[in-house]
Design a protein around this ligand. Structure first.
Ligand SMILES: Nc1nc2c(ncn2[C@@H]2O[C@H](COP(=O)(O)OP(=O)(O)OP(=O)(O)O)[C@@H](O)[C@H]2O)c(=O)[nH]1
Ligand SMILES: [Mg+2]
Length: 269
């Protein structure tokens, strides 16, 4: 039987660590077991128990303190992630070999690790080599939707992540509970973005500002529209129903439960 993994990625502060803690609590309430792994070497606090924590292997501050390496915070983070990739046996041992395990992986908020370094792709391939079915869970903070140019930039990052990782991916719009009521009402358009959004009265789509910029925004919106690549699910860690809907979508993505044999004794004839 395979194992199952959620690789939780997204920009800094999008809610990754909070989502993992909430997902574990949600699973526990539904009598399911999930495990968490922290892959953020710069993490300070998170509210879940981790079966493995990269900080036991390498801490970003230790890298920065190393006078020979002479890295700043971002260089140190990339170094720490590369160090992990070169020492994956450490993680393999922590993950064990239990079939059917379900593991949530928390990642650093430096989105360039996912979007243009090959590190996460290497990591995903490693998980697949351990028999994990991997779903990338991409988180975007719903505060970004108040500014259409920020929203479109985020869609580009999500798209690059999809292209770069070549894995099934579920996009989540986080912290929905914090949205003002008027934005909650127009959420449907945002959750399934299309080129219609371009007609909005938004500065990035105003033709008179810069014709080339306008055409670029339009062309990108058209790509999103033509390939139907993006659909966001709303999430708030305060809303159990939304947590459940999201879990169902992710489970479906990695076909969780489909390999469980039906136990004849359990069927009430
Ligand atoms: N109201 C509300 N706040 C949330 C929700 N999810 C996360 N937050 C808050 O958003 C902030 C950032 O959450 P984190 O889980 O630390 O985000 P992160 O993506 O792990 O951040 P980095 O690891 O720094 O990239 C925290 O203050 C959380 O409490 C949510 O669903 N609703
Ligand atoms: Mg975090």
């Amino acid at each position: 039987m395979p194992r199952y993994a959620q690789l939780v990625v997204g920009p800094a502060g999008s809610g990754k660590s909070t989502f993992i803690a909430a997902m574990m609590a949600h699973a526990e309430a539904s009598k399911r077991t999930m495990y968490a792994v922290n892959l953020d070497p710069a993490a300070e606090v998170f509210n879940y128990n981790a079966i493995a924590d990269i900080r036991q292997l390498i801490h970003v501050e230790d890298v920065m303190d190393d006078a020979d390496l002479n890295f700043g915070p971002n260089g140190a983070l990339v170094f720490a992630m590369e160090y992990l990739m070169n020492n994956l046996d450490w993680l393999t041992e922590k993950l064990g070999t239990q079939e059917d395990d379900y593991v949530l992986f928390d990642t650093p908020g430096q989105i360039e690790l996912v979007s243009h370094f090959g590190l996460m792709k290497t990591f995903a391939k490693y998980l697949e080599s351990l028999d994990f079915r991997v779903c990338v869970v991409f988180l975007l903070d719903s505060q970004f939707i108040s500014d259409m140019s920020k929203y479109f930039s985020s869609l580009i990052i999500s798209l690059i992540t999809l292209i770069n990782l070549e894995l099934p991916m579920v996009n989540l719009l986080t912290k929905i509970d914090k949205l003002p009521d008027d934005q909650k009402k127009s959420l449907e358009d945002i959750l399934e973005p299309s080129s219609d959004l371009v007609t909005n009265d938004q500065p990035c789509f105003q033709r008179n500002r810069n014709e080339r910029f306008y055409r670029l925004s339009r062309a990108f919106a058209q790509i999103i529209d033509d390939y139907s690549l993006h659909k966001f699910l709303p999430i708030s860690v305060l809303d159990e129903d939304l947590m459940n809907d999201v879990l169902l979508s992710i489970d479906n993505c990695i076909q969780w439960g489909e390999d469980n044999e039906v136990n004849v004794k359990d069927i009430d004839i």
